[in-house]
Design a protein around this ligand. Structure first.
Ligand SMILES: Nc1ncnc2c1ncn2[C@@H]1O[C@H](COP(=O)(O)OP(=O)(O)OP(=O)(O)O)[C@@H](O)[C@H]1O
Length: 312
């Protein structure tokens, strides 16, 4: 399993983690997380359920303490300078907070008060854009509408940094689009964004760079262009002679080969030449090759990372 940190941004980091580790035992938690988010960047943290996204974010917000490692936000220590950091950050937690017997407007007003007051006109403008009725009781709201309350309190003070844990969870497509506009406006105004998601299409449309997390480890960081540049092809071929999948695996660039009678399927990263040589020796009669979508590239990467190396 490799972890790359190519194309690190040149600007001073807003978020920096070094060796950040929270070990819950039995292999659960996050381990040796290295992460840099530059000023003005929109960084997407993506991984499957239980990968460690929320734990990393909670470590950054100082809601849980690391067993090892260190993190800074705005160059400040996430623990020692937690109050100052929270003042300057807009945070959307991954789990909705419960607020019994009060309205959505009351909740937001209370949180605005804790911040020492926030432009009320802006709160109302955000609520209108997100189509949230501030007069409704919070506990009666749907999950998506509670999520809007979370988004408003994260954006309302125009923070320098937005840390958003699964921000579009429960939002309908129309409101997701509004949220994306809000993000773009915040970034245009100089904000930095760190968001987590397991929806690749979302990070693809809003993020400059992404970090892939799996089993508690960040195992790839790069711009979308870099990740797309992998140019992985899915190849399907029909051959006359039977092929040995294990031997195909030894061909440079070939991954996940499967032989089903005369049908071969595999992925190829880089040049297809060495595979073509093997196929022509097996009497290839049909060949189909297409480039994988980004979604498929990630699935491929996850699967490849989970497989033992050839000969092991
Ligand atoms: N307080 C805790 N005690 C024990 N284990 C925990 C605790 N919090 C998280 N974990 C475990 O740590 C791992 C990472 O969980 P985390 O919630 O960070 O993942 P995630 O990527 O945010 O997942 P999801 O997309 O499902 O929210 C999981 O195996 C989870 O069960």
């Amino acid at each position: 399993m490799t972890s790359t940190t190519e194309a690190r941004p040149a600007a001073a980091p807003v978020v920096a983690c070094s060796g950040l580790t929270k070990d819950f035992g039995s292999g659960r938690g996050v381990f040796d997380v290295e992460l840099v988010v530059a000023r003005g960047e929109t960084f997407g943290f993506i991984g499957p359920n239980g990968a460690g996204k929320t734990t990393t974010i909670r470590l950054l917000m100082d809601f849980t303490r690391p067993d090892r490692g260190h993190a800074t936000i705005f160059g400040l220590d996430t623990h020692a300078d937690s109050a100052e950091i929270k003042r300057r950050v807009g945070y959307l937690p991954g789990e909705l907070v419960q607020w019994p017997r009060v309205t959505a407007g009351y909740v937001i007003g209370l949180l605005a008060g804790l911040r020492g007051g926030v432009d009320e006109g802006y709160i109302h403008a955000l609520a209108e854009r997100l189509r949230l009725d501030l007069g409704r009781r919070y506990e009666d709201l749907s999950h998506g509408n509670k999520q809007k309350v979370g988004l408003i309190q994260a954006f309302m003070h125009r923070p320098e940094l937005l840390i958003l844990d699964e921000p579009t969870l429960g939002l309908d497509p129309l409101i997701q689009r509004v949220f994306h506009e809000m993000l773009h406006e915040a970034v245009a105004g100089g904000a930095t964004v760190l968001l987590s998601s397991h929806v690749l299409s979302e990070v693809e449309s809003v993020c400059d760079r992404i970090g892939l997390i799996r089993d508690g480890r960040v195992w790839k960081v790069g711009s979308l262009n870099e990740l797309r540049a992998k140019r992985i092809h899915r190849v399907e071929a029909i051959v006359t002679e039977p092929l040995d999948a294990m031997r195909l695996r030894e061909i440079p660039g070939v991954g996940d080969p499967r032989c089903d009678g005369r049908l071969l399927t595999c992925s190829v990263q880089g040049s297809i030449g060495p595979l073509l040589q093997a196929l022509s020796a097996a009497g290839v009669v049909e060949l189909d090759s297409r480039e994988l979508s980004l979604e498929e590239v990630f699935l491929h990467e996850y699967e490849t990372a989970a497989q033992p190396a050839p000969g092991h």
